[in-house]
Design a protein around this ligand. Structure first.
Ligand code: GLU
Length: 467
């Protein structure tokens, strides 16, 4: 059997971690089995579907490298097909026209709730053979079996049983003529030969309805695997409308796709105690059996840890190219300073995100002209000016520009002027970077270069002299 999975988001909100996990697991399952992964956009709810959500889906998947073999299919382009099947079902007597008004149904519903009965449509129009629809508002309902059970073997949860008496004749075509989710999904999964439906557990209740339609049409029932919820750090369900973070925000905030995918695969799937998986390993090891039945909880600290891991373990060229994009977005021109790889190496192991790196690397590529009040008050004093003047003089006459010689200059000043090493280093840091902390200062000075070093030192000297 050729495995075929699908990711079928509705473009009604941002693509978030929960939806990406569904996409990732479906993608991995297909890739593991050399099968196919398709992308289907479920956009029949015209009022709630929008282009921004669609872009978030397409760009998010692309960014994470979750490529699809077919699609994107749009349900809105398949309306003729749905109509054709609905006509067939009406003719066969598996579906019927319902003319109950929404007011009467609302009344009925309230009555059922009052009486403690589960609100259901009681099949009022089920046996009325309505042929003349004229201008009347109507919906089309599926004739759900009245008795018996729907049993399916969920690949994550095991056997799930629903009694048909709990289901009702649900709507498959709305009064505006649009077919509904539970109907379209069935026709699509069948037409697209989907073998495995991997999706969130919020769809478990839809599954018996979908199976009943498949059965009435004599179509093959796919294998279902329903994933448990992902909760946020406050243990709240992630929902598109409430607390979901657009996956592309993670990119903006300096997360690497490799780290995010690795973090997401671990939200509910495990392979012993292993934490780090590259894509090839994920494909090789992924299976549905090792997916947990319990909910997973977002852990931002772990995501940061993973991002740091990948920043430090992926190739320097790759990190530098990706970082370069961030710097560009911040309008930092890396041509105005040292080779980015040397800067990354100097800061190795310090950063959790590319965004933080971008901010910290700024002084290598751009001049700055302001200093904190605390720095000005504490360090911009005449004695310190003498240190800087001496340093300027020595640096100006330094013939061979390398880290070692810069260190020697700094040490000579400490000895000659009988000043504390800490003071000298801090002063130089302030002049070169605008702040009191940086990696090894002689390396920073070396990378910034002789000409810029002289001008930055001179600027602080002038600043102090003009106080
Ligand atoms: N369109 C549905 C959603 O976004 C998914 C449907 C499915 O996977 O069956 O929740």
């Amino acid at each position: 059997m050729k495995i075929k999975t699908r990711f079928a988001p509705s473009p009604t909100g941002n693509l978030h971690i929960g939806s990406i996990r569904t996409a990732l697991y479906s993608w991995l399952f297909a890739r593991h089995h050399n099968g196919k992964f398709i992308l289907r956009i479920e956009d029949t709810d015209l009022k709630r579907s929008d282009i921004l959500s669609l872009n978030s889906i397409l760009n998010g998947l692309k960014w994470l490298g979750l490529d699809w073999d077919e699609g994107p299919y749009f349900q809105s382009n398949r309306l003729c097909r749905y109509k054709e099947v609905i006509k067939l079902m009406l003719n066969k007597g598996d579906a019927y026209v319902c003319i109950c008004s929404s007011e009467s149904l609302l009344k009925l519903r309230n009555k059922q709730i009052k009486e403690g009965i589960k609100p259901r449509y009681p099949g009022i129009c089920r046996n009325l053979k309505i042929n003349h629809l004229l201008n009347k508002n109507y919906v089309i309902r599926f004739k759900n079996p009245l008795y018996g059970k729907v049993i399916f073997d969920d690949n994550i949860r095991g056997k799930i049983i629903f009694d048909n008496t709990e289901l009702d004749d649900f709507i498959i075509q709305r009064s505006n003529g649009m077919p509904t989710y539970n109907f379209c999904v069935v026709i699509d999964d069948a037409d697209m030969n989907i073998t495995h439906v991997i999706r969130g557990e919020d769809h478990i209740n839809n599954t018996p309805r979908q199976i009943n339609i498949l059965q009435s049409l004599g179509l093959k029932i796919p294998i279902y695997a329903h994933l448990s919820m992902i909760l946020d750090e406050e243990r709240q369900k992630i929902s598109k409308r409430k607390n979901a973070i657009n996956i592309l925000e993670y990119r903006k905030n300096g997360f690497l796709p490799e780290a995010l995918l690795n973090y997401i695969i671990r939200l509910g799937w495990s392979h012993g105690n292993q934490e780090i998986f590259n894509k090839e390993e994920m494909i090789k090891l992924f299976n549905l059996k090792s997916i947990s039945k319990s909910s997973s909880i977002i852990n931002t600290k772990k995501l940061l840890w993973m991002n740091k891991y990948y920043i430090n373990h992926l190739s320097l060229n790759y990190i530098s190219d990706t970082l370069c994009e961030y710097m560009k977005k911040e309008n930092i021109n890396i041509k105005n300073g040292p080779d980015l790889i040397s800067v990354i190496k100097l800061f190795s192991g310090r950063y959790y995100t590319l965004k933080d790196m971008t901010k910290s690397f700024q002084y290598f590529y751009e001049e700055f002209s302001t200093f904190d009040k605390r720095i000005r008050e504490e360090y911009f004093i005449t004695d310190n000016c003498l240190i800087l003047e001496k340093f300027h003089k020595k640096i100006a006459s330094l013939f061979c520009w390398n880290c070692e010689n810069i260190s020697i200059v700094i040490n000579n000043i400490i000895i000659e002027m009988k000043v504390q090493k800490k003071i000298v280093n801090t002063l130089l840091r302030i002049a070169m970077t605008g702040s009191t902390s940086s990696p090894c200062i002689s390396s920073v000075i070396y990378l910034i270069g002789q000409k810029k070093t002289l001008s930055r030192i001179q600027r602080v000297i002038s600043y102090i002299n003009n106080l």
